[in-house]
Design a protein around this ligand. Sequence first.
Ligand SMILES: [Mg+2]
Length: 357
Amino acid sequence: MSGSGSEEPPPSQAAEEQQQEAEQDWAAAKAFYDNVVTQRPRPPKPQNAITIAVSSRALFNLVEEQKIYEDHGLEKYVEYQQNNENVILKPGPAFYFVKALEHVNARLLELYPDDEERFDIVLMTNNHAQVGVRLINSINHYGLTIERFCMTGGESPVGYLTAYLTNLYLSADSEKVQEAIKAGIASATMFTANKDVVYSDTQLRVAFDGDAVIFSDESEQIFKEQGLDRFFEHEQLNENKPLAQGPLKGFLEDLGKLQKKFYARNERLNCPIRTYLVTARSAASSGARVLKTLRSWGLEIDEALFLAGAPKGPVLVKIRPHIFFDDQMYHIEGAQKLGTTAAHVPYGIAQKYNKST
Ligand SMILES: [Mg+2]
């Protein structure tokens, strides 16, 4: 019983009790799962997992369906999805990325069968529950391991993303992505790829832009407001001062943590994760600060490409990343045109310039 003159427990005690209750819930869920005979690995606890939330339009190609929704409304859309629930959806922009995450998981489970530190993919959709059947049929058809669905019924996903301790959120809806970024969750908007590309199915490849993606936009601001010469000068002056972190730093860190698990088992040359920095900075004038910042964080990046203002598209074609993150639509469009799956991170000063053009 609460009340009756007794004082509320102090906030730290309340948080501890809540934590204990959550632990008990997980223990009960584990006990239940341990009694079920199944070949499938048990989904990891959010605290241990690297949780990747994807929207249905990021995972599958729902361009046609979206058009039905926009032109004819929700009822017709749901009816169409129900009538076609046995028609398997085609892969969307995040599909091959998700496949690659699952390959990494399979390799991790071989090396560390009892460890929960791996990717957990959550489907975060504002779709109507009736559409869920088609999504489940498609997920099962491709053999994807996606056990957790959040059907938010049009509500903002931010609360659920936080509850799941989401490490990365990918959606086709730029407004939801902006909301998530504002809430401090690493997020990016995905666009339907306009070319079919063959991706590595044995190695997850992730390419990151530097400024306003892994790093903050502090130097980008100098470049945009005071020009290139002042930017070079500033970066050389501050070479030994690490840059502040940007929205995707945590995800690079997560990838690094998993890479180390492979290195620890002597699998460095056969590591199923490879990371790339693809930046418009030039090595000589502004590259050192970037490399020193990564070093100060204890993060390794497998390949660092300093393009000195050259277009990113042609280099990305060679890398063939499953996903490439950039904060500038100009680079996203350039990458996409040549067939790279690009994801826009709506963060930093470039957004102001995106809007004005
Ligand atoms: Mg940038």
